[in-house]
Design a protein around this ligand. Structure first.
Ligand SMILES: [Zn+2]
Length: 185
C-alpha cells in the first residue's frame, strides 16, 4: 500500500473505458501556464478533457526561462508536425493564470524568504522573483515578459488571467495579443 493506492484504483476505472487519441494539436488551441497549487487544477476549474490543452505548472505559475523554452519547443513542434491542422493566424494561445491566496505570497516577506532560501538552496532573489503577492500585478509582468521574448513565435498569442480561490471565477486581465514583429517595437 502507498498513498497512491486509492488513486491507482481510480486509474483502473479510467483505463477500463479509455480510448487513446492520436498525437495532435490541443483541441482548445490553448497552452495554460499556472501554479502547481492543488486548489487551482485547470482540468477542474476550466473543465478540460484529455487532449484539450497543454498545461505547464510551476511555483506561482510564473513565466520563467524554462517555461519560455517549453513554449518555444511546443510552437516548433506544432509548426513541424501539425502545419496542416492549425490555423494560419495562430498556432495556439498561451493563457497565463495566476491566483489569489498563492503560497508564494509569503516569499514577499524578507524573513520568510531568507529561511526558504536556506531550505531550498535557491537564491533569495530567485525566490523573490517567483512570489505572487498580488496576482493582478504579476500577471501583467509575466504576459509582457513572454511577449517580449525573442524565442516566442509570432504565431503564438498570449493572454493573462486571475483565478480567485474564494469564488472559483477566472477573470481575464489581458486579452490575447501576438508579439510585436521585430522592427515594429
Ligand atoms: Zn500558487
Amino acid at each position: 500500500m502507498t498513498k497512491m493506492s486509492p488513486l491507482l484504483e481510480l486509474n483502473k476505472q479510467f483505463a477500463s473505458t479509455y480510448t487513446p487519441g492520436p498525437l495532435g494539436p490541443p483541441a482548445a488551441q490553448v497552452v495554460i501556464v499556472t501554479c502547481l497549487d492543488h486548489r487551482v487544477d485547470p482540468a477542474i476549474t476550466l473543465g478540460l478533457q484529455l487532449g484539450d490543452a497543454v498545461v505547464i505548472r510551476n511555483t506561482g505559475g510564473r513565466v520563467t526561462p524554462a517555461v519560455i523554452n517549453d513554449i518555444a519547443y511546443l510552437a516548433f513542434l506544432a509548426e513541424q508536425l501539425f502545419s496542416g491542422q492549425v490555423a494560419v493566424e495562430g498556432l495556439f494561445e498561451v493563457a497565463v493564470v495566476h491566483h489569489s491566496q498563492c503560497g508564494t505570497g509569503f516569499l514577499a516577506d524578507p524573513g520568510f524568504r531568507k529561511q526558504a532560501a536556506g531550505a531550498t538552496g535557491l537564491p533569495e532573489a530567485a525566490l523573490e522573483a517567483c512570489a505572487v503577492a498580488d496576482p493582478h500585478t504579476t500577471i501583467k509582468a509575466d504576459v509582457e515578459l513572454l511577449l517580449a521574448s525573442p524565442l516566442l513565435s509570432p504565431r503564438v498569442s498570449v493572454s493573462g488571467h486571475v483565478y480567485d480561490i474564494a469564488s472559483g471565477r477566472v477573470t481575464t486581465v489581458l486579452d490575447a495579443r501576438h508579439p510585436q514583429l521585430a522592427g515594429n517595437n
